[in-house]
Design a protein. Structure first.
Length: 264
């Protein structure tokens, strides 16, 4: 039930869900003109704040730049890669496909090929009520890693987890069983703060090696350009900014919920 509620309830806090809720309340209160008008304006404000580039980039930067790429040890014991970057090979897909978080897989494969660690632990299971195929994200990642040149013998799979907490719970048990001391954690940059905190709570100190950055230094500096045309474009709500704001709110809400649960 926790997994379902953790996916369902935040939908009404994210900009699009909150705007929809406000519009529904506006329709219900339509005969009360002042309240209805207030609902319309609140909807506009929510979409404007959530959909403009300045807010989206500021939220993303606050998460992504907490763990910037650092010097990776020449020799670690294990690289842990968190799931969420693949889509299962369901018809008409000819094979496992990648989504917007795919950079974490390329980054992990690159670290392996550089000889940073001899073993990759691929962590990720299906959420029961959302599962579509017979494979888990862990096995799907394994398929992609083999295409990228990582041998099957170098990979361990953890396919039971349904959230980041369980990623840490089950992965840390495998890390300790393997006797790994120096562990590199690979996930998306926005997800890294929550992931590092959860692994630490489980007694696994990891070296963060984030991937899938949205905010580069050049993009951040350019955002504050004094050009009035760019200013107007950045202020007008758009899909990509709304999506990025939602992604960041998901991480902040997740972090706070995990704190309340004692998982961080």
């Amino acid at each position: 039930m926790f997994t379902f509620l953790s996916k369902f309830l935040p939908l009404f806090v994210y900009p699009l869900g909150l705007a929809t809720l406000l519009l529904l309340l506006t329709l219900i209160l339509w005969k009360k003109r002042k309240l209805a008008l207030a609902g319309v304006w609140l909807t506009v404000i929510v979409l404007f704040v959530g959909g403009n580039k300045y807010i989206a980039y500021s939220l993303a930067r606050s998460l992504e730049w907490k763990y910037l790429p650092a010097n990776i040890p020449v020799q670690a014991d294990m690289i842990v890669v968190l799931g969420g970057a693949t889509e299962p090979a369901l018809s008409p897909r000819p094979e496992v496909e990648l989504n917007s978080a795919a950079d974490r897989l390329f980054h992990a494969a690159s670290l392996y090929k550089q000889g940073v660690a001899p073993t990759l632990l691929l962590s990720g299971g299906d959420i029961d009520f959302l599962a579509l195929g017979d494979t888990s994200p862990a096995t799907d990642m394994e398929s992609v890693m083999e295409i990228l040149g990582v041998p099957q013998s170098a990979m361990l799979l953890q396919g039971k987890s349904q959230n980041t907490y369980e990623d840490a719970l089950y992965s840390c048990a495998m890390i300790k069983e393997a006797g790994a001391k120096t562990v590199i954690l690979v996930t998306s940059a926005t997800h890294m703060p929550r992931a590092v905190a959860v692994f630490a709570k489980q007694g696994c100190e990891v070296i963060p090696s984030p991937a899938d950055f949205t905010i580069t230094e050049a993009a951040w500096n350019n955002l504050w350009s004094s050009d009035w045309q760019e200013l107007l474009i950045n202020l007008v709500p758009n899909y990509s900014s709304l999506s990025l704001t939602t992604k960041c709110l998901k991480e902040y809400i997740g972090y706070w919920v995990y704190q309340l649960k004692g998982w961080i």
